[in-house]
Design a protein around this ligand. Sequence first.
Ligand code: GDP
Length: 291
Amino acid sequence: MAAHRLRPCVGRLFGMGPELGSGRRAYSAFQAFTEVLRLPSKQLTKLVFPLQELHGHFVPGSRPDLHLNIFHPSLEDIARAESFFTASARNRIEYLSSAVRLDHAPDLRRPEVCFIGRSNVGKSSLIKALFSLAPEVEVRVSKKPGHTKKINFYKVGKHFTLVDMPGYGYRAPEDFVDMVETYLKERKNLMRTFLLVDSVVGIQKADNIAIEMCEEFALPYVMVLTKIDKSSKGHLLKQVLQIQKFVDTKTQGCFPQLFPVSAMTCSGIHLLRCFIADITGNLKTTGFQFS
Ligand code: GDP
């Protein structure tokens, strides 16, 4: 497993020196939004609104189908959202427990968001990046073949619980599917499911397991495109358009705006934090614009 080798949000985006990457978990200056606000506007857009930055590569008006502004909070909203993810004595962010069955899950009144995706899609890296303002949080990883896959619960202050679902493969065993399925179907406080898709390879057969589950249970879910730093701009644009078309034509419950992210450069992470803070009812942003 190589997740520990990926240092979330090291300053590669703008060719910063490797010194930011040293240490067990390294943190770039860009994890704190105050530092982000000091960036020149082009770099800020690339880091905070990666979809919008991609859109800048099209002829103006040529792709009205790309849903850029359904969730487009102000920079102030994004800055406010950071506080929910910043650990302090009054805002404890910590691993709570693990469960193999839903009846082992903590009975929580807090809203929940869950992260689901194929093994290797970049789920643990993304969760580490989201929690990079709480460096004490230990993100649990159990990938060794034969080890029981568990659902891991993380408490984010008094605000919400973040749930890390086991990664699945094409041949997900039946008991594993049952565990995930039962959680998705029955968890009453589940506010949103974040379904991760690797932006390098796009939607794979195994991803359809999760997509079908979300659709079947009429869950509100969001597609997060991981590892966007890995592809050339051209390849990424092609993937984004293909996945957008899939969302528009083949899904009912999927949020129409995609969330491209990189755990490596931190691109898209601040926006995702803000979205989570909003949909869990903790932060009323001016970000949602349905017309
Ligand atoms: P998981 O199995 O879904 O938890 O995936 P991991 O987070 O362990 O990531 C799988 C592999 O992809 C590891 O080698 C990571 O270092 C790599 N990876 C994850 N996220 C990113 C990313 O945003 N950018 C790049 N370049 N690599 C990533």
